[in-house]
Every structure is written in C-alpha cells, then in structure tokens.
Design a protein around this ligand. Structure first.
Ligand SMILES: C[S@@+](CC[C@H](N)C(=O)[O-])C[C@H]1O[C@@H](n2cnc3c(N)ncnc32)[C@H](O)[C@@H]1O
Length: 353
C-alpha cells in the first residue's frame, strides 16, 4: 500500500478534502495511507513562526528552511529515508498522467506545500525535492496542488476504484482522450444516444469507442496525437516546417524557401551560407515527393512531407533550424493527418523525433 505524507501549514484544509468521497472511503478501508503534517509543529521559536522576510527585499514572506526540513526529516524517519520528496511549485514540470503513473508505483511519497512567496531555496536543494506544477498559473498555496497529486496517485492504487478499467480506459491513460459517454434516457431533448451503443454488440461498440477517442482527441487536443502510435507507426502522417513569415502567396514560407530568402538578403555569415548551400544541395538530390494541399496551385500550395521521411528531413534540417534560431527567425513544425489541417505545432520538441 502506498503512503503519501503531506507537509503543510494547513493540514485541516487537506484533511477536509481527503476525508470525502472515493479517497475518504479508500483511506478508511485501508487501500491508501495519507497522513497530513503541520510544519508549524516543527518551529523552534516561541511564537511558532514559520516565515520571514525575503533577503534582498520584496513583497511577501518566505517559508524558512528549518521547520520545513525538520518536518520532512521526521516524516522520513517514520516512513522511509528514501521517500521521494515532491515540492508543489508553479516552477515545476506540469503534471501529466504519465508522471502520475510513475509516482503511483512508489511506496512512499512526501509532498511539500509552499505558501506565501514559497520556500527557502536551500531546503529544497538540501532535500533534492522534485518540483511539480499543476499548471502555468500561480495559486496562493501548494495545498490544492498537493490534493490534486494525491488524488491522481490514489485512484491508481488497487482497491480504490472498482477495477483497473475504471482508470485505464480514461482520458490520458494511453495518450488519447476518452470517447463520449451517455446514460439514460435514450432520447433527451431530441438528442439520441448513438445507435451502436444500444446494440449490445461488444466488438462494434469497442470499435466505435476507439474511433471516437481518436476523433475527440484530434478535435480537442490535436497536440496529443504527436506522440500517438498506431500499429507502431506515428498516427500523424505528415509534417510541415514553415517560417512564421508570410510569403507572396499569402501562406507562410516553407522552411527551405524561408532560409533561402534570408540567405539571399545577406543575413547569414559566410560559414552559415556554406552550411546552408550544402544542405540545400542534399535537399535537391534527396527530397521525397512533396504532398500538396492544393493540387491546382502547386506553386503557392503549402508543402507537407510524409512523416516516415520526415525523420530524415528533420535530421538534415537541424543545422538550418539552428541558423534560423541564431537569427531569431521563428518557425513552426506542424504534424498532421490531413494536409492543409494543422494537427500539431511546436518548434521546441524537434529533438524528440
Ligand atoms: C504564491 S506561490 C509562490 C510562487 C513563487 N513565488 C513563484 O513566483 O514561483 C505559493 C505556493 O503555492 C504553490 N503553488 C502555486 N502555484 C502552483 C502551481 N501552479 N503548481 C503547484 N504549486 C503551486 C507552491 O507550493 C508555492 O510555493
């Protein structure tokens, strides 16, 4: 059974949530062990102060190192000296289901909640705390984020939900969003439940659910399709790399045309021109057939490449992309299943391919 310890200045706030509903029942039934600790109990001053003004000035108070450290060390001595320490922080990596799955495998986790301006950096360094964020926005304290993390980890523990289907067949578990759900009545305000769900034909229902899962993901979160594989192949079949500048055709420049334009306008250094020319030559020799989104107007059409070839192309393009970055010439990498329709845009994750 996993044990989660939460170190906070507001244990009652955490308890009030953790005592309710599915998590509350799972705790009572002994499927998970969650213990909240008051950092204030570890102060060494007579006023029980846990915070002080920040060095260097500025608004707000900083949680001091000593009570935080002593609280965490005390928890470790009662649980495990190797327990993973997580600091909820807007500066951390944003929490994903993948991360939740990883943490759910551990037997001891200590979650530290900051408050005010946060926690003295030295104690985070001393504890080697891993920072996790619940999103790119700032809250007043780490309690709500800690509860989110504890909830997400808890529902993956045996006995908490009726069976593993309850969490594996959910959005994000396998990288996609879940298909839509319906319940009684069959018709509500003229809206019908999809017929296939009423047939009782298990295979057809499963096929429908898989198709809907892909369709919903493509519509609501196309970025998730970037990492999705179907039969071992990337689900997004085409890639386009384009400059952010618009060409005469009214569409953004294809990446090579964009680099060529900058090359001709003497923005590149001599070394960069040489490098670009070498890569351009490779492209002339090796470029796979482009796929056009507009067969009639090939010249002004946006060009996509099949993503099997794209791995090669991206590798080859890397020095060009470096040169463009050097000259602050922004570009986008777009993954799509339907040329002409953007499925995924990012100019950072190129190295992952
Ligand atoms: C007001 S915030 C401190 C923000 C900090 N001064 C900064 O600018 O990075 C107070 C505490 O709330 C928690 N917190 C706020 N936003 C969060 C987020 N998005 N994810 C996780 N924890 C968050 C952290 O524990 C943090 O120490």
């Amino acid at each position: 059974m996993i044990r989660i310890d939460i170190a906070t200045l507001f244990p009652d706030m955490c308890e009030s949530v953790l005592g309710e509903s599915i998590i509350g029942r799972a705790r009572s039934a002994g499927h998970i062990d969650i213990v909240c600790h008051n950092i204030r109990d570890y102060t060494e001053n007579k006023h029980n102060r846990v915070d002080d003004k920040p060095y260097g000035g500025g608004t707000g108070m900083v949680m001091q190192a000593q009570p935080v450290y002593d609280c965490i060390e005390d928890i470790k001595s009662k649980t495990s000296l190797d327990a993973r320490v997580i600091y909820m922080s807007p500066q951390g990596k944003v929490l994903t289901q993948q991360k939740v799955k990883e943490l759910a495998e551990l037997s001891n986790i200590i979650i530290l909640c900051g408050h005010y301006e946060g926690v003295d950096q030295r104690v985070l360094d001393e504890l080697c705390a891993e920072e996790i964020s619940v999103g790119d926005y700032v809250l007043t304290g780490g309690e709500l984020p800690a509860l989110i993390l504890a909830d997400a980890i808890s529902r993956l523990q045996e006995g908490v939900l009726p069976n593993s289907d309850a969490y594996t067949l959910e959005s994000h578990y396998n990288g996609l969003l879940e298909h839509p759900q319906y319940s009684r009545p069959e018709v509500w305000r003229g809206r019908e439940v999809p017929q296939v769900l009423l047939t009782g034909h298990h295979d057809n229902i499963q096929k429908w659910q898989e198709e809907m899962s892909l369709a919903v993901t493509e519509k609501k979160r196309p970025d998730l399709l970037y990492n999705h594989r179907k039969n071992g192949k990337p689900y997004a079949q085409y890639v386009r790399i384009q400059g952010r500048e618009i060409s005469k055709s009214g569409k953004p420049f294809d990446i090579m045309a964009y680099a060529r334009k900058l090359c001709h306008s003497r923005v590149f250094t001599n070394r960069e021109v040489k490098q670009f020319k070498r890569i351009e030559e490779w492209f002339k020799q090796n470029l796979p057939d482009p796929v056009f989104d507009d067969a009639e107007y090939k010249k002004s059409a946006v060009i996509y490449y099949k993503s099997a070839a794209a791995v090669n192309i991206l590798e080859m393009l890397m020095p060009v992309l470096d040169i463009l970055t050097e000259h602050n010439a922004d570009f986008d990498i777009i993954f799509t299943n339907t040329p002409g329709k953007i499925v995924y845009e990012d100019d950072v994750r190129i190295a992952v391919i």
